[in-house]
Design a protein around this ligand. Structure first.
Ligand code: UD1
Ligand code: CA
Length: 464
């Protein structure tokens, strides 16, 4: 007898509300595409969802939906998009997802403009209650504008009251609703069709499901987030900037715990996924982007911008270097003022000095390009010395060509290597040469005008 195994029904769904316009941002972009740490707000939430065990993530979109969907195509999230044509309130926004929502299991309800809620907090929320409904709340100094948590004499949650509907006594409550909940899908299916908009804002309030659940005898669990910024929403540029600083402080603190020393924790920007060794020193105004791996004992001087790069042990980046998609071996030294463009590889002990631009090139172990050079589409062996002002002429106006320099070669200052060209091992190029033909191993090549000398030369007089 054969048995067909059915996939287990998805226990957790996630509903992300992202239909609002975000008028106060004063932007042509939908609010959830504004960036925090260089990532759209919505991708922060979606990245967190990816770490939760779900295969049903629903995003409710409205204003600028096409832009939001197009932007998310750059990432590979699996998302069900549900349109909310008119924004009639948070309850209505969740109601439009009911067709896409299983009858069983639970849903986390999140917001595209509340980017930093953590997976740890959401897991606690998910398991805070076996029955029906759990929510994230927080006691704050200034609750103005937010929904208030009403509790009975037993301290049980009995309702949420919105600012505009609250009595004076209710307005004095300092425990606020974050808007983030974990709710049984069965309850959402049961309650949402029954919501009314009979309130001060004539909106369908999602918050009303709390009193409906209480009326059905369900005990509501309320937990607090670990960090207050987890429930902070973004409504204007000031709030976005404040949240960015809070998030930066958290990212810096996490790196400090892993052994990174910052000259000033408030003057660095982490817009990257970082992996770090120990005893790293980061001076002021350094920016990390993309994916960055730093080995042990790395020193990064002021003003460096490092994107999508691997930095080996004992590397020293001197001030104001820009790295994009570069791989640096151990004990490499770079800068000051060097520009490493994509597909640059510097082997162990290589040195790249000031005002050097390098792209799509390999610089072998112990080799040096110390001053004022352009190196593009080149493969350079070990122990090569590239003198000041050397240019690899890699572009003929149409195609890019390769320059190959074998081990131990010496390229004299101010030489132009016209690619495609190969310089053999231990070859020497005289300073100021224009090299258009391959140079054999151990040879000396000089390609420049000969110096002539006229003895006792007299410059012309003025009137002649
Ligand atoms: C809501 C809560 C309030 C809570 C606060 C936390 C309700 C009725 N109130 O109030 O208790 O303290 O959040 O910030 O839920 N949205 C849609 N479609 C809509 C309406 C809203 O997608 O029709 C989205 C918005 O884009 C926004 C979020 O839901 O991201 C919150 O909506 P908003 O109207 O700002 O709710 P609040 O009044 O802040
Ligand atoms: Ca709001």
């Amino acid at each position: 007898m054969t048995q067909t195994l059915q996939p287990a029904p998805s226990l957790l769904s996630i509903i992300i509300l992202a239909a609002g316009k975000g008028t106060r941002m004063q932007s042509a972009k939908p609010k959830v595409l504004q960036t925090l740490a260089a990532k759209p707000l919505l991708t922060h939430v979606l990245d967190t969802c990816q770490t939760l065990n779900t295969d049903n993530t629903i995003v409710v979109y409205g204003f600028g939906g096409d832009q939001v969907k197009a932007a998310m195509r750059d990432y590979d999230y699996k998302v069900t998009w549900v349109e909310q044509v008119e924004q009639l309130g948070t309850g209505h926004a969740v109601k439009v997802t009911l067709d896409a929502l299983p009858m069983t299991g639970k849903s986390l309800i999140l917001y595209g403009d509340v980017p930093l809620v953590s997976a740890a907090t959401l897991k606690r929320l998910q398991h805070a209650n076996v029955e029906g409904l759990s929510m994230l709340t927080l006691t704050v100094d200034n609750p103005f504008g937010l929904g208030r948590i009403k509790r009975n004499d037993n301290h049980d949650v009995i309702a949420i009251v919105e600012q505009k509907d609250a009595s004076a006594a209710e307005q004095a409550i300092c425990e606020i609703n974050s808007g983030i909940y974990c709710v049984d899908n069965a309850l959402l299916h049961q309650y949402l069709p029954k919501l009314s908009n009979d309130n001060a804002q004539h909106e369908y309030y999602l918050t009303d499901i709390v009193k409906m659940a209480v009326a059905d005898g369900i005990t509501i669990a309320a937990i607090e987030p670990e960090h207050t910024f987890e429930i902070d929403g973004v409504n204007n540029r000031q709030q976005l900037a404040t949240l960015e600083r809070r998030w930066q402080a958290k990212l810096v603190a996490d790196l400090q715990e892993q052994g990174v020393q910052f000259a000033d924790p408030s003057r660095v920007d982490i817009r990257a996924q970082m992996s770090v060794g120990q005893d790293i020193f980061v001076d002021i105004n350094v920016v990390f982007q993309g994916k960055v791996v730093l080995g042990n004992n790395v020193t990064i001087d002021a003003g460096c911008i490092i994107k999508d790069s691997y930095i080996g042990d004992n590397v020293h980046l001197k001030p104001y270097c820009v790295l994009d998609d570069a791989q640096l071996g151990a004990a490499v030294s770079v800068g000051p003022f060097a520009h490493l463009r994509p597909q640059t590889v510097l082997a162990d002990n290589a040195r790249l000095g000031n005002f050097v631009e390098i792209k799509k090139s390999y610089l072998g172990a112990g080799s040096k390009v110390n001053h004022l050079s352009y190196i593009g589409d080149a493969t350079i062996g070990a122990a090569v010395n590239v003198g000041a002002g050397v240019i690899t002429c890699n572009y003929d106006g149409f195609n890019k060509h390769q320059t190959l320099i074998a081990d131990n070669a010496f390229i004299g200052s101010n030489s132009s290597l016209v690619a495609p060209v190969t310089i053999g091992h231990t070859a020497t190029i005289g300073a100021g040469s224009v090299i258009t033909k391959d140079v054999a191993a151990n040879a000396l090549a000089i390609g420049r005008g000969r110096q002539i000398q006229k003895e006792n030369y007299k410059r012309p007089d003025k009137d002649e």
